[in-house]
Structures are given as structure tokens and as C-alpha cells.
Design a binder for this molecule. Structure first.
Ligand SMILES: Cc1ncc(COP(=O)(O)O)c(C=O)c1O
Length: 445
């Protein structure tokens, strides 16, 4: 073990968990090189390096920007990459009404700014915010108050932002229902519960916004049914409530469309973006209608590093690459291959007993396992309750064979977030390692 790793173990705050105590030395395309070996990276640094590690064109754009302007503070003036990035993003917004941008650094920061804009522009200054059970919106106090995927993000640290209510999301296991429950039924139940929440707990006049991820991310990679999103839009329209769609993880091609909201066509009042926007350079954004941001007093939006020039220059090049390298076509082709491999395991007589569900869109795919949980819901498995969970064991075996994967959610889920640029051969290798690992775990006692 190198001295630096020892320093890390001793001095990096232990509240930050790690897959392994190794040194990440270099990232190149779909590969992550450590001090010990190299891994096929199906984590993308939690859905960030969508165009592969250190994409040469993004690197070049950032290098040129470093030598031109590093910090063009947003309260001092415009800078070129900031405005150029807006020009690149305007045509790919999931709805043409989204024409007013503000860039920040992290997803959490953008989520909190979205809440500010929703409250201020709706006139419901102290308005409540409704989020989804199973949601993840970040770790800062405000964002973690909106996070309901696991208790760990806000456990024993006091109350976060007040005025937050959670409503059920159409995810059968989380609702205590069997996997076979028809989607229509889940949607009906969830919309009913939301109507009840507005009737019993948070009056529409006191509710500023509903926030959700179009594909629940950290909560288990569960896409929101289109009919649910349409139902939410209707409830928002009927009650003068803002709909905030958080595409921090699902955006920038991850699901096979530029934004996952395009699948339903539902218009967000406010869109939150980050992660894939700049392929690893810290950048996030909140996008809404100009008529809404015009209600924000001058100086009410800001931040020292908001919309950093290098990050924005990287973002501009990412948008060029997305179009010129036909990234969405690759997502669709590789997604079909990944899903076929997972379905094979799901139906194989030797492994099918491990599988509760395979789901997702594009290259945002979740596999939920059946653990040895005593949980009474058919096929459901709460990983917190099962230290010997299947996902963790599969993840460990994959790592030993050179494939890096992440688990997620309160359930026993492995998530696949490979680079959107992954080649056919790399996908084949990843699937081979995953299949071998699942088969080995299936044979364990
Ligand atoms: C949907 C979603 N929203 C918000 C966040 C928070 O982003 P950040 O970690 O950059 O604060 C994340 C992070 O994973 C996310 O997945």
C-alpha cells in the first residue's frame, strides 16, 4: 500500500464511503486506472463522465479556456463560454418555454435555487415543497430535506429545510405491492395519495412546488410512468403549483434522449441539470421561463464560483460532441445489448431466482435482486435489512474481475451507468463479467 493511501485512510474524513481504498490514477474513455489495476468503469463517477473519462475534445476545450479566463465571476459580467453554453442548450431543452438559465456548481445547489425560484416567483414565499418517496436531490441541508431514498443522508444531523412533504412514487416494492401490480394501478394510487396530501396536509395555496426525478436515481433507477408525469402536470396546473423536474442524473443523453422528460413530453416549470453537462467539470444549472426569473430581484441569484468558465467551456464542447458523435444512437444500441444480457440472466433457470426486476431507460438501468430478506413483500428485498445482500456480493465479484459497478437505494439494487460512448466490445466484456459474477453468486449458499 502506498504512503498516500495510508494518508488518505488516516486523514480523509471517514464519513465518505468508498468502494475500495485504492488510488484512482487516470481515467481514459471507459476505463479507470488505479495503483493496482484497471477497471471497466460502469459508474462514470456516479453518472458524470458520460462521454468517457478525459474525452480529448473536452480536455482540449478546457485547456484552452484555462489559458484564457478561469474565473469570470457572474456578478461582474457575462463570460463567453457561459453564454455560448446557453446557445448550445436552448435547442435541446425538453420544452421551448425553458429559456432562462442560471449556472451553479453542484446538483444540490441547483436544486435549492430551483426551490427559491419556485417560492419567490409563485408568490408562495413560504410555500411547501412536495417530493417523492425514494427521491434523491442532494446532500446540503435544503436538498437533503428533499431526499427520501435513505435515511443516512440526514440522519442525526438535525432538521433540514422546513415545509417538505413526501408523496408515494409509483414503484411497486416501495408501495408494499407485488412486482406484478399493473402500472395503471400504481399511478392511480400515487395520484390519489397526492390529492389526499393536498387535501389533508399541505393546502394548494401553501404548496409552491412538486419536485421529482423523471427516473428515480439513487432510489433504485425506477422510471416514472408517463401517465404519472401527466397526472402531476395536471395537478400542478389545477392548483397553481410549480413542477420542478430534476434531471441531474437522467439528463444529457443518459436515458437515450437528451432529457428523460422527452419520453412523456411533460413540461417542467423548472428544470435542474448537472453531472453530464460538463463531463466531470463541476457545473450545474437551473432552467426556467424568463417570466419567472424576471421576478427574482437583482442580486438574489449568485455564487462565487457559479458558472465557472472552464466548466462552461467543457460544457460547450460536450454539447458539440453529443451532436457530432451521434451519442444518442450509441446509447440506444448499447442499451439494447445490456438489457438483452440482463434479461438472459433474469430468465435463466440457474439465476432467475435472484432477480426481482430489471428496469430503466437507455444506459440508466437498474437490477433489483431478491435477497434473503424476511421482508413480507413478494420479491422485495430491503438491503439495509440484509447485510448479505445479493447486489453487494455481485458488485464485489465484478470488481475482482475488473468491472466497477455501484449499488443503490434502500432495496437490493445494482445500477448500470456506463459511459454513453462505450463501445460494443466494452459492453460485451462488461456483460460477460456481470453474468459470470451473478452465476457464481447463484451457486453460493
Ligand atoms: C437526481 C439528483 N439530483 C441532485 C443530485 C445532487 O447533486 P450533487 O451531488 O452534485 O450535489 C444528484 C446526485 O447524485 C442526483 O442524482
Amino acid at each position: 500500500m502506498t504512503d498516500l493511501i495510508k494518508t488518505g485512510q488516516k486523514h480523509v474524513a471517514s464519513g465518505c464511503g468508498r468502494i475500495k481504498d485504492h488510488m484512482i490514477e487516470k481515467g481514459e474513455g471507459s476505463w479507470l486506472h488505479t495503483n493496482e489495476t484497471k477497471y471497466l468503469d460502469f459508474t462514470c463517477g456516479i453518472g458524470v463522465t458520460n462521454l468517457g473519462h478525459c474525452h480529448p475534445r473536452v480536455t482540449k476545450a478546457a485547456q484552452e479556456q484555462v489559458a484564457t479566463l478561469v474565473h469570470g465571476q457572474c456578478s461582474i459580467g457575462f463570460h463567453r463560454p457561459y453564454v455560448q453554453l446557453i446557445e448550445k442548450l436552448l435547442p435541446v431543452m425538453p420544452h421551448p418555454s425553458l429559456d432562462s438559465f442560471f449556472f451553479l456548481n453542484s446538483g444540490s445547489e441547483a436544486v435549492e435555487n430551483a426551490v427559491k425560484i419556485a417560492r419567490k416567483s409563485s408568490g408562495k414565499t413560504h410555500g411547501n415543497i412536495i417530493c417523492m418517496q425514494g427521491s434523491y436531490h442532494g446532500r446540503t441541508y435544503g436538498a437533503s430535506a428533499l431526499t427520501k431514498s435513505k435515511t443516512i443522508y440526514a440522519e442525526q444531523v438535525g432538521h433540514g429545510m422546513p415545509g417538505i412533504f413526501a408523496t408515494p412514487f409509483p414503484y411497486a416494492h416501495q408501495m408494499g405491492l407485488p412486482q406484478s401490480t399493473p402500472e395503471d394501478e400504481l399511478v392511480k394510487q400515487c395520484l390519489f395519495q397526492l390529492e389526499m396530501l393536498l387535501a389533508q396536509q399541505s393546502a394548494p395555496a401553501d404548496t409552491a412546488a412538486i419536485i421529482l426525478e423523471p427516473v428515480i436515481g439513487e432510489g433504485g433507477y425506477v422510471p416514472a410512468p408517463s401517465s404519472y408525469l401527466h397526472g402531476l402536470r395536471q395537478i400542478c396546473d389545477d392548483n397553481n403549483i410549480m413542477l420542478i423536474i430534476d434531471e441531474v442524473q437522467s439528463g444529457f443523453g443518459r436515458t437515450g434522449k437528451y432529457f428523460a422528460s422527452e419520453y412523456s413530453g411533460v413540461r417542467p416549470d423548472i428544470l435542474v441539470i448537472a453531472k453530464g453537462i460538463a463531463n466531470g467539470f463541476p457545473l450545474s444549472g437551473v432552467v426556467t421561463r424568463k417570466e419567472l426569473t424576471d421576478k427574482m430581484p437583482k442580486g438574489s441569484l449568485g455564487g462565487t464560483y457559479s458558472g465557472n468558465a472552464i466548466s462552461c467551456a467543457a460544457g460547450v464542447e460536450c454539447a458539440n460532441i453529443m451532436r457530432e458523435e451521434k451519442i444518442l444512437d450509441n446509447v440506444k444500441a448499447r442499451s439494447a445489448e445490456l438489457l438483452a444480457a440482463l434479461k438472459e440472466l433474469q430468465t435463466d433457470s440457474e439465476t432467475k431466482h435472484l432477480f426481482a426486476d430489471v428496469r430503466g431507460l437507455g444506459l440508466m438501468i437498474g437490477v433489483e435482486f431478491v435477497s434473503s430478506s424476511k421482508h413480507p413483500i413478494p420479491n422485495a428485498s430491503i438491503s439495509n435489512a440484509t447485510p448479505n445482500n445479493v447486489g453487494g456480493r455481485v458488485q464485489k465479484r465484478c470488481l475482482e474481475k475488473g468491472l466497477m459497478l455501484l449499488t443503490t437505494s434502500a432495496f437490493d439494487v445494482i445500477r448500470f451507468i456506463p459511459p454513453l460512448t462505450i463501445t460494443k466490445d466494452e459492453m460485451e466484456l462488461g456483460c460477460k463479467i456481470f453474468k459470470e459474477s451473478v452465476r457464481e453468486v447463484a451457486k453460493e449458499k
